[in-house]
Design a protein around this ligand. Structure first.
Ligand code: DI6
Ligand code: FE
Length: 407
């Protein structure tokens, strides 16, 4: 993919119905793009004269929104795990499979065996699928290498994807995702390696934008999580957490003490965790794909999060084990159907709040003057249709980083 070969989006995008942040729609709107940035937003009827002669792109009455943001993915990995899907159908559960050498560690074997180019080649079409649905910023985690050279290999692929596809990519180091086989029963030793060697080296190479940990009884303890957070803090990197997915580990409260950008999964989040997240401004990232694929029945505490005013984001959590999903709009539908998010909540959850969960809300997740042009025109009548249809791709046009990226 050569992003720089795509046509520029400079010009007057008119005949739009623009979705506002509260979910309402303004007809007769236009967006002016100059040098790849939003230079004017408003009613066509009062378009300033200096923009009147620009080349025109007729939106044909389509619904315009900010580009979507997928704030939690594990998009770069080797192999796939359909065998575990089959095993779960025969009665095995995720934790049992993980403890018997399958699960994350089996993807680690496949990722270690793959070259950088092979990882790139398998991840690229997955990224393209997200982009084709209007995603303009995406987070991609490491965590299937679990050794310096293999985590580096994953993160280099993440950076290359961002450059080649002209999409904002945030690279999150998830070295503390699972215990690699060579450290069996030596989890303290592995966390020392993560903190003393892997994270400092990868951060120095400019490969890391944030740091995540899987804090869980099949992964890392609260104390180990804190050790990683302290290292991240000393390197000036923001943290996030896979928190309370399978059990309440009190991880969210710890993450909030480190001013985490987000706590993700959170099916078993307590009121104490919610209060701590609210006080710290931490975003709750909901991952209905994993909830669905694991046939989880323990709902995240949506009503309590709503009552506390914790911002909620929704993401694919694309990964080969628990969420082989490549549609953020399907996740939006599932967040409504399974978790009972309202339409305005879910629309903010795949735009504004997802951008906050990545620390990029000053450039993504909403349309504002001066920002790089990232927007989607949808062949839809009203915003609720974004969450209502599933299995459709109602895209009319995509402008990503100032270029027309519609395939
Ligand atoms: N939680 C998840 O949902 C993914 N990682 C994590 O910590 C699952 C990763 C996998 O099973 O490969
Ligand atoms: Fe995840």
């Amino acid at each position: 993919m050569d992003f720089s070969a795509l046509p520029g989006a400079d010009g007057l995008w008119h005949n739009l119905r623009l979705m506002q942040t509260d979910g309402s729609v303004l007809p007769g709107m236009c967006l002016v793009v100059r040098e790849g940035k939003l230079a004017w937003i408003g009613l066509e009827a009062i378009l300033p004269i200096e923009h009147a002669e620009l080349p025109r792109h007729d939106g044909q009455g389509s619904l315009a929104t900010a580009g979507l943001v997928d704030c939690h993915t594990h998009l770069v990995y080797g192999g796939q795990r359909a065998n575990e899907f089959a095993m779960r159908l025969e009665g095995a559960d995720y934790e049992t499979i993980a403890r018997s050498g399958g699960g994350i560690v089996s993807t680690v074997r496949a990722t270690r065996a793959a070259s950088e180019d092979e990882l790139y080649a398998s991840a690229a079409p997955r990224l393209q699928a997200l982009l084709d649905e209007g995603v303009c910023a995406v987070e991609i985690k490491s965590g299937y290498g679990l050794a310096l050279e293999h985590e580096r290999k994953q993160l280099r692929v993440v950076r290359r994807l961002g450059l080649d596809y002209g999409v904002t990519v945030r690279a999150t180091f998830l070295g503390a995702h699972a215990l690699p086989p060579e450290y069996t029963d030596r989890s303290g030793g592995y966390i020392d390696l993560v903190c003393e060697e892997m994270l400092p080296a990868l951060a120095a190479e400019g490969l890391v934008d944030a740091v995540d940990v899987f804090c869980e009884r099949i992964a890392f303890s609260l104390a180990e999580t804190e050790q990683v957070f302290r290292t991240a803090q000393s390197l000036g990197l923001p943290v996030k957490l896979h928190a309370e997915q399978l059990s309440d580990m009190d991880g969210a409260a710890l993450a909030a003490r480190y001013r985490a950008l987000s706590c993700d999964h959170i099916e078993h989040l307590s009121q104490q965790g919610i209060d701590a997240m609210k006080a710290a401004g931490t975003v709750a990232v909901l991952l209905p794909g994993a909830y669905y694929a694991l046939r989880d029945t323990h709902l995240p505490p949506i009503a309590a999060l709503r009552a506390a005013g914790v911002p909620m984001a929704v993401s694919t959590d694309h990964n080969p084990g628990t969420s082989p999903a490549l549609s953020l709009l399907l996740m939006a539908n599932m967040a409504c159907t399974l978790f009972r998010l309202t339409v305005p909540e879910v629309l903010a959850g795949i735009t504004l709040h997802a951008a906050r969960a990545l620390g990029i809300a000053d450039t993504h997740g909403a349309l504002h003057l001066g920002r790089p042009a990232n927007f989607v025109l949808w062949s839809l009548q009203e915003p609720s249709e974004l969450a209502y249809w599933f299995g459709q791709r109602p895209v009319h046009a995509i402008v990503r980083q100032g270029r027309i990226a519609t395939s």
